[in-house]
Design a protein around this ligand. Structure first.
Ligand code: FAD
Ligand code: DLZ
Ligand code: SF4
Length: 515
């Protein structure tokens, strides 16, 4: 006869918070259930490193909790009892252990939220939910903050968050340094001959998990070195990465935050997003650690580095989550520009002559990572200029990045990058010609294309596609005060030049596979 448990508590793969109140004390009547489940591995084709990292983190989390005395029922991907969905697995576990109730923490994704809301109907026993206690806002706080306001300005939300959590504040709720935002100082290219001080990489062996994934026949994308796996999968590693980042990379984070280089795939970025998104480490402890570094040693850090980093987490990260829960499910169908094109096949192998895209895509396939400006101003910029359907763009980002979970992926991709929401997240589309990429990177120098040509042999595709974008969407862009100047420049160009640029763009779009 099986031991019975009064309550089953579900722990999802991105709810690995060792400090959650559920785990304060061992309760003999509670069975925690964790599962490697096809509905979560298969809703999009994930990067192999993302699946490995999640399974590794889940297995290690379960082991730590078991060692503390908690009862864990862990379903591995190839277990014969494993069912295809969360609900079916819960049903079978509840029946096996005669459970009388199920508890879950609010999931971060709408898809899973919908499934868990049906549990009571499907399992026929009482269901309770509670907060993950991980974010700095509740799901509804964003909606309350912006209630009655015309636009969702991130800067206003960010200031509210600075005051609410008392971060980088002087007495009287004034910002330390006299300014809330030091972004103007954070737009430098990597200087010539600059020796990049890197934060080290972990090199772990994940061969066993990889074998399990292959045996299960999961379809994935991307590459992996199973004996040199670098992503953080435990809280101890996440804390170590944070310390390394604070001492090594933070002093230059802000200044080189937007820079791109062929030499290095993460430069001075923290690579903490995955650890935060699966809840190994909380956003508040990351913010507090960075603030402490500055307050204790303001000679070693300039305020722009610190404020720039904190804004991303305290501001943008919470803001995106707020947009997600206030706008879903309609957000997932928005397509402001009515784009229709498919992504070119080289997004899955990096085989393009455009050096910026080759680097951004190849490193994404190799490491499941690209930093913010690569995502926004290289792959995202190209996709928008080429008129790719936002569903295609979303699926690519959701699959390829280690840190991609829909709440933060779709708001950044469909919203900030593709402007498919018509301006909920951003006040203008993030498009640029080669000028921006050349200013912020060393990509153009060794590119097949000429960054200073709009038309003709080897003209950089970004240049003609940029003006083609304004021409195509003039009607929709006219009322945007931030774009009036560019539309004016386009309208004032000589008719011959305009026509040559549009023909060049049309040729490039027709042979997009060969770019
Ligand atoms: P760092 O540069 O070190 O920044 C520190 C932290 O700030 C990050 O770890 C992250 O938690 C937070 N952050 C920075 N920018 C953002 C932002 N715009 N939105 C939310 N949090 C932010 N981030 C994800 O976590 N998951 C995604 O799926 C994702 N998709 C993106 C898609 C596009 C098109 C764009 C433009 C951005 C996307 N981002 C996403 C935001 C950002 O690019 C990543 O958070 C960042 O690159 C992660 O690397 P890092 O930890 O080294 O970040
Ligand atoms: C992303 C992911 C993957 C690939 N696999 C699993 C899994 O097998 N089991 C699991 O519990 N979670 C997984 N996840 C993370 C979930 O997709 C995530 O918990 C939900 O989307 C809620 O945000
Ligand atoms: Fe990219 Fe154009 Fe520069 Fe080549 S020339 S790296 S395609 S921006």
């Amino acid at each position: 006869m099986n031991k019975t448990y009064t309550a089953i508590k579900l722990v999802l793969g991105d709810q690995l918070n060792l400090n959650h109140p559920w785990f304060k004390e061992v309760d003999e009547d509670v069975l925690f259930v964790m599962m490697e489940v096809r509905s979560e591995t298969d809703y999009v084709k994930h990067h192999i490193q993302k699946v490995v990292a999640i399974f590794d983190a889940m297995r290690k989390f379960a082991k730590i909790q078991e060692e503390k005395g908690h009862h864990i029922h862990y379903i591995k991907i190839n277990d014969s009892q494993n069912k295809p969905t969360i609900t079916e697995n819960l049903k079978s576990v509840c029946s096996k252990y005669a459970a009388k109730e199920v508890h879950y923490q609010l999931p971060d994704e709408y898809r899973v939220d919908q499934e868990l809301k049906q549990l009571e109907k499907n399992l026929g026993i009482p269901i309770h939910n509670s907060d993950t206690q991980h974010f700095l806002t509740t799901r509804g706080e964003f909606g309350e903050f912006f209630s009655g306001k015309k636009s969702f300005l991130m800067e206003n939300f960010y200031r509210y968050m600075r005051v609410k959590h008392r971060i980088l504040l002087e007495l009287g709720n004034k910002p330390i340094g006299g300014k809330w935002n030091f972004d103007q100082e954070n737009r430098k290219k990597v200087p010539k001959n600059h020796a990049i001080q890197t934060v080290g990489l972990f090199t772990k062996n994940v061969s066993d998990i990889l074998d399990d994934i292959h045996l299960a026949g999961l379809k994935t994308i991307g590459e992996i070195s199973p004996t040199k796996f670098s992503w953080t999968t435990t809280r101890t590693e996440a804390l170590e990465l944070l310390e390394q980042f604070v001492t090594t990379a933070l002093p230059l984070f802000g200044t080189l935050q937007d820079a791109m280089t062929e030499q290095h795939w993460y430069l001075y970025h923290s690579r903490l997003s995955f650890a935060m998104n699966i809840k190994l480490i909380s956003p508040l402890e990351v913010i507090k650690r960075v603030e402490k570094a500055y307050l204790e040693n303001s000679d070693a850090y300039e305020l722009n580095q610190i404020e720039g980093f904190i804004r991303q987490i305290l501001g943008w990260r919470e803001y995106m989550r707020g947009v997600y829960w206030s706008q879903m499910p309609s957000y997932a169908a928005l397509n402001f520009f009515e784009n229709k094109r498919s992504l070119p096949s080289w997004f899955w192998n990096g085989k393009t002559k455009m050096n910026c895209l080759k680097h951004a895509i190849s490193q994404s396939l190799e490491h499941a990572y690209a930093h913010h400006i690569q995502r926004l101003m290289v792959t995202g910029n190209f996709s928008l200029l080429a008129g790719i359907h936002p569903d295609e763009v979303d699926n690519w980002y959701l699959g390829i990045y280690i840190d991609a979970f829909e709440w933060v992926e779709i708001t950044n991709t469909r919203g900030m990058s593709q402007f498919a929401d018509g301006g909920i997240v951003g006040s203008k589309p993030y498009v640029s010609s080669s000028a921006y990429i050349n200013k912020m990177s060393d990509y153009c120098g060794s590119c097949y294309y000429s960054n200073d040509k709009k038309v003709g042999d080897k003209a950089c595709p970004f240049n003609s596609l940029y003006w083609n974008f304004f021409d195509n969407h003039a009607e929709k862009l006219r009322s945007n005060p931030r774009l009036g100047m560019m539309l004016k420049i386009w309208n004032n160009m000589a008719p011959k030049e305009r026509s040559e640029i549009l023909s060049q763009a049309s040729v490039y779009l027709d042979k997009i596979e060969l770019l």
